[in-house]
Design a protein around this ligand. Structure first.
Ligand code: HPA
Length: 311
């Protein structure tokens, strides 16, 4: 789809009519990942606009994801106007990449300058156990490297957009500093917030052990099926971006494969080898950890927002 066909004017007009004046120009945006939509409960004066009312937005189909934009105030005093995406669009749902990143471009047009993106992710690094929040310092976008899944492919949005966007500075150092200062102010344990590299895979399948090993060898600490298209569009729109991944599970990477050949031989020799059941990741497990840790993520995001300079 040519970018020129995107219905920004219509979407913005709908929002303008739905929002009171003090919520119309949020400077900070939040994307809430699986099980993390309770972030909205930190907002005051909330106005929720369902995606179904917004021209250009798709319908989020993933269990555990809501489907609306929540506008509200956060922080002390009069509060800071923010907008939270409750639920996001993934390419694996069948959405076009232009749909996946459309809300990010809308947020940019509303005036958002800083974007906090959260997600659930699988850990590839034994030092990052379930429940850890990882401030992402870099990423490997396998679908961008291996196929036409870069949301910036296609005609440029306009002459003011760079054709060849650099990504060596994609993940804001300024916002990551605030995240660690916020964790300190909240008194979080040292290992509650870590740093690491995110690998984006298209999903919807979880990784095979060989894929997990491959991603680990590629330098990734966590892996997930979202976020990077949003980061790319946000950077193209000139936003500062921080990604916070909540580790919801370990990627299953056994040290060695079971040898079925050896097991059958042992069985035939009358000495069967006992084996533990095979491990698999479940979406329910991912959602449960999201729910358990949603409050920590909420407090962290709220504190970061309080600390972002408002000028
Ligand atoms: N792999 C990919 N995406 C994920 C995972 C995982 O293990 N956990 C949560 N999102």
């Amino acid at each position: 789809m040519a970018h020129q066909a995107l219905p920004f004017a219509i979407t913005l007009d709908i929002l303008k009519r739905r929002l009171p004046a003090h919520l119309q120009e949020p400077k900070i945006g939040i994307v809430c990942g699986s099980g993390l939509s309770t972030l909205a409960s930190a907002l005051r004066d909330v106005v929720e606009v369902p995606y179904s009312e917004l021209e250009g937005f798709g319908t989020s189909t993933v269990q555990g994801h809501k489907s609306s934009l929540a506008f509200g105030l956060l922080g002390p005093g009069n509060g800071i106007p923010v907008v939270a995406m409750l639920g996001r669009f993934h390419p694996y749902e069948g959405h076009k990449l232009s749909t996946v990143v459309y809300p990010i471009r809308v947020l940019a047009r509303l005036g958002v300058r800083n974007l906090i993106i959260t997600n659930a992710a699988g850990s590839l690094n034994p030092k990052l156990p379930v429940g850890t929040i990882v401030a992402i310092q870099d990423h490997v976008a396998i679908p961008n490297m291996a196929g036409p899944l870069n949301p910036l492919l296609g005609p440029s949005l306009g002459p003011e957009y760079p054709r060849f966007l650099p990504l060596s500075n994609a993940h804001s150092i300024k916002l990551r500093r605030l995240a660690f200062l916020a964790a300190h102010k909240l008194g979080l344990a040292d290992d509650a917030l870590a740093e690491g590299v995110y690998a984006w895979v298209s999903g919807p399948t979880y990784e095979t052990p060989a894929e997990g090993r491959f991603l680990r060898a590629a330098g990734a600490d966590v892996v997930g099926m979202s976020t990077i298209p949003e980061v790319l569009a946000a950077r193209e729109e000139g936003l500062e971006v921080i990604v916070l991944s909540l580790v919801t599970n370990f990627v299953v990477i056994p040290d060695k494969y079971r040898s079925i050949k050896e097991e059958v031989k042992a069985e035939l020799a009358g000495k069967p080898i006992e084996q533990p059941p095979q491990q698999v990741v479940s979406h329910q497990e991912v959602l449960n950890v999201g729910k358990q840790k949603a409050d920590v993520m909420k407090d962290l995001v709220a504190k970061i927002i309080e600390m972002i300079p408002t000028d």
